[in-house]
Design a binder for this molecule. Structure first.
Ligand code: NAD
Ligand code: IPM
Ligand code: MN
Length: 358
């Protein structure tokens, strides 16, 4: 077995509810396969602001640096969403940890479990067989460019900025991944308008020359948003910037049935960071009905990408599949044919997956 130190950061809202199940899955895998996973916990987001005044306390960052991988839930609180004048905000914690750990590549796999064909609002025949891997750049773009507000408070700006090296390094990762898939890469930008996108396209065109075996396509973000729903099967690897990737992957969650199904892996210079793509979901937080599968599938990504435990990772995915085959659903992935007794909350769903792991 392997020895690994895992930091768990549940965060806010449903982050607390679902991350417990990602962790339990990791514990069960450790037991079943004789690995030694040790767990520590860190605070971030609204809970950390409440406790320390800081959305990412130094202590959490130190623990993160010393861990082999991080399982994160979600951050965010309605208080800040409703009051844009607040200076200290939960999201700053997440952005800072991504930057500090050099997590420049955010992998968001979009794969539909056949059992969920009817859970999406998109027609089954359009969806069936869709399998996309997004590479969202995560430490640059308008997220990290200079932010300004004039003294009279009447004008505001965020700088959209990319450096050549930032585009190059994520492009290489995306091309390497395309090589082991269907060898198609679509780079998404807004190069007809934005200078940062023209640099993006220029650099991707150069990197493309190193991968002549991969078919490259460049698409504008507005068109990509449309094509994704019209014909998701046309995409294999999608490479895009921070903001466009954020938006397109929430849209793409409908290809997988629900936001509650989408896991992600953030990688780069050191420790891998694993999290659902969804947020703290104020509308359902505290009700015990959030879908824990995105967190569980994030744990599966950790096993594969950070620890190289492919068999264990596939075992988790299989357990999720079995659970869905048995008919169990949280309310976000239920459909009109789902029998009432099979619709369950976070705890019951998590427990079913654990059962199917053993
Ligand atoms: P959200 O992702 O929290 O929720 C969007 C919708 O999807 C909601 O209707 C929610 O109920 C549903 N949903 C999300 N996850 C689900 C799950 N596991 N099971 C069932 N349904 C689920 O996005 P939002 O409402 O725009 O944002 C809420 C807060 O979360 C904000 O404060 C935002 O800043 C924050 N946020 C954080 C992250 C993160 O931590 N990575 C990501 C997105 C948003
Ligand atoms: C995500 C979230 C974050 C982002 C927010 C909460 C900062 O939406 O992880 O997708 O925009 O990256
Ligand atoms: Mn997002």
């Amino acid at each position: 077995g392997v020895d690994k130190k895992i930091l768990v950061i549940p965060g806010d809202g449903i982050g607390q509810e679902v991350t417990a199940w990602g962790q339990k899955v990791l514990m069960t895998i450790a037991e079943n396969y004789k690995h030694n996973f040790s767990f520590d916990e860190g605070i971030m987001g609204h809970v950390a602001i409440e406790a320390t005044g800081n959305p990412l306390p130094d202590e959490t960052l130190e623990k993160a640096r010393k861990s082999d991988a991080i399982l994160f839930g979600a951050i965010g609180h309605a208080k800040y969403d409703n009051d844009p004048t607040l200076k200290v905000r939960p999201e700053q914690g997440l952005l800072k940890i991504r930057k500090e750990l050099g997590l420049y590549a955010n992998l968001r796999p979009i794969k539909l479990f056949d059992e969920l064909l009817e859970a999406s609002s998109i027609k089954p025949e359009i969806l069936s067989g869709a399998d996309i891997l997004f590479f969202r750049e995560l430490t640059g773009d308008v997220y990290f460019g200079e932010k300004k507000r004039t003294e009279d408070r009447n004008t505001a700006s965020d700088l959209m900025i990319y450096h050549r090296y930032e585009v190059e390094r994520i492009a290489r990762k995306a091309y390497e991944a395309a090589r082991s898939r269907r060898k198609k890469l679509c780079s998404v930008d807004k190069a007809n308008v934005l200078e940062a996108s023209r640099l993006w396209r220029e650099v991707v065109q150069e990197v493309a020359k190193e991968y002549p075996d991969v078919e490259t396509e460049h698409m504008f973000i507005d068109n990509a948003a449309m094509q994704l729903i019209k014909d998701p099967k046309r995409f294999d690897v999608v490479l895009t910037g921070n903001l466009f990737g954020d938006i397109l992957t929430d849209e793409a969650s409908q290809i997988a049935g629900s936001m509650g199904m989408l896991a992600s892996a953030s990688v780069g210079d050191s420790t891998g960071f694993y999290e659902p793509i969804h947020g703290s979901a104020h509308d359902i937080a505290g009700k015990g009905i959030a879908n824990p599968l995105a967190s569980i599938l994030s744990a599966a990504l950790m096993l594969d990408i950070s620890f190289g435990l492919k068999t264990e990772s596939l075992r988790v995915i299989k357990a999720v599949e079995t659970t869905l085959k048995q008919g169990y659903r949280t309310m976000d992935i239920a459909n009109k044919h789902t029998e009432n007794h099979l619709v369950m909350g976070t705890e019951a769903m998590g427990a079913k997956v654990l059962e199917n792991l053993s």
